[in-house]
Design a binder for this molecule. Structure first.
Ligand code: NZQ
Ligand code: ZN
Length: 386
């Protein structure tokens, strides 16, 4: 196993009715800005629960944070924070609202000229406003990690940022807050969490049975509970609760500690969202089968382990077992309604050329954190997914 530091200070408040406990976790006298998205929280009752729970606090709100949150929108929130001396941010929504709020927290305190540098130049976050979260969509893990992804609409750039100062102080995970999710977002959540695990698991063996068995347990849970939740006519508490906890555990640092992580699928996927607006999880479901096929020899040890332990594939040659595992993975995404071919999203060779040019302009030595996906590999993977 590799050396690692593991630090995760997020207080998780999990379960039915937990929104009502918000007050206990926000400093008395805090001047709060509630941040949210396009309005789902006002239709499903979550907003009302949050407002009721914050009775006695000074509360203002900033709505309209879009999916794949825009830098331009978030900078408007920064103005509100500064003008009103906000000292606590409460993000209520999915990954986009949480990520956007992390950015607001950092940008509001940023001393440099252009807060975009936090993303483009990875400028260090020296101070940030404290934040908490009420999660309404299980997917990204943003509720228990310190990273985020923001898009500059003007230039179609989607970039990541992070700092230990951006861990939420707490995150409320009430599965009932996700009951109103449309099937498309349930599927997205399952697929995103699934690929988060794969990015940390399907790499190279370092003798890490703890991380591997955790990862396989998460993948199997996402397959079983995700399929059930996707199929259910009405939400079932346990299915939603298990899905939610699996998604959080998939990207809170635990399974990635001491192993080799990749993130090439995400890096390629972000470009598909930036240029075509395809849902984050859908881009991953498109790219991952191509990446697995392209790296089938280099990553064969983990692929065979995945085939056997997650999909019960024990028969056939090594090549056949790996091929079957890739088929099963893509079929799972399709089973929950995700279209996994670029052509099904009207993306053609021209977009691949644009993405490859961007990677080349950025002089990326490799796409993810492992040198086995270089720019030319990314091109082959994308062409394979047309
Ligand atoms: O905006 P509202 O009206 O709230 O509607 C949202 C949005 O349209 C809706 N929604 C959320 N909760 C709902 C609901 N609709 C009904 N009922 C509810 N309970 O769902 C839509 C999508 O929301 P969004 O927040 O965009 O989805 P998600 O949680 O998948 O977040 C995606 C963003 O997170 C980033 C992605 O790149 C993308 O920008 N990621 C963040 C990561 C992190 N911080 O660690 C890691 C991920 O890999 C990912 O990159
Ligand atoms: Zn993701």
């Amino acid at each position: 196993m590799n050396n690692f530091d593991f630090y995760n200070p997020v207080n998780i408040l999990f379960g039915k009715g937990k929104i009502a406990e918000l007050k206990k976790h926000i400093p008395a006298g805090a001047n709060i800005l509630i941040t949210f998205g396009g309005g789902s929280i006002k239709k499903n009752g979550v907003y009302d629960q949050v407002i009721a729970a914050l009775d006695g606090f000074k509360v203002q709100e900033f709505g309209g944070i879009e999916p794949n949150p825009h830098f331009e929108t978030l900078m408007k929130a920064v103005e509100v924070v500064k003008a009103n001396k906000i000292d606590f941010l409460l993000a209520v929504g999915g990954g986009s609202v949480l990520d956007g709020t992390k950015f607001i927290a950092a940008a509001s305190c940023y001393k440099g000229e252009d807060a975009w540098d936090i993303l483009a130049k990875r400028a260090r976050v020296e101070t940030a406003i404290d934040l908490g979260a009420v999660l309404t969509l299980a997917a990204t893990g943003s509720e228990m990690n310190s990273g985020g992804v923001v898009t500059k609409a003007a230039t179609k750039e989607k970039l990541a940022f992070g700092s230990p100062l951006l861990f939420p102080k707490f995150s409320v995970l009430d599965p009932e807050a996700t009951y109103s999710l449309p099937k498309r977002q349930i599927a997205n959540g399952v697929a995103d969490a699934f690929v988060h695990v794969m990015e940390q698991y399907l790499t190279y063996p370092v003798n890490s049975p703890v991380q591997d068995r955790f990862s396989e347990g998460l993948l199997m849970t996402l397959i079983e509970e995700g399929t059930k939740a996707y199929d259910s006519e009405t939400p079932n508490y346990d299915e939603y609760a298990n899905m939610m906890w699996a998604a959080t555990m998939a990207l809170n640092g635990l399974i990635g500690a001491g192993v080799q992580s990749d993130w090439a699928t995400h890096m390629i996927g972000h470009e598909l969202t930036a240029f075509h607006g395809i849902d984050h999880a859908v881009t991953l479901a498109i790219v991952l089968p191509g990446l697995m096929a392209h790296l089938k020899d280099k990553r064969s040890v983990k692929l065979l382990q995945y085939a056997e332990r997650v999909w019960n594939i024990a028969e056939g040659s090594e090549e056949e077992r790996i091929a079957m595992a890739i088929v099963k993975t893509e079929a799972f995404f399709n089973r929950i309604g995700i279209k996994t071919r670029l052509s099904q999203h009207n993306v053609g060779q021209d977009t691949i050329d644009t993405i490859i040019k961007r990677f080349t302009d950025r002089r990326l030595p490799s796409i993810g954190m492992i040198p086995d996906v270089k720019i030319e590999d990314a091109e082959k993977i994308l062409v394979d997914r047309l």
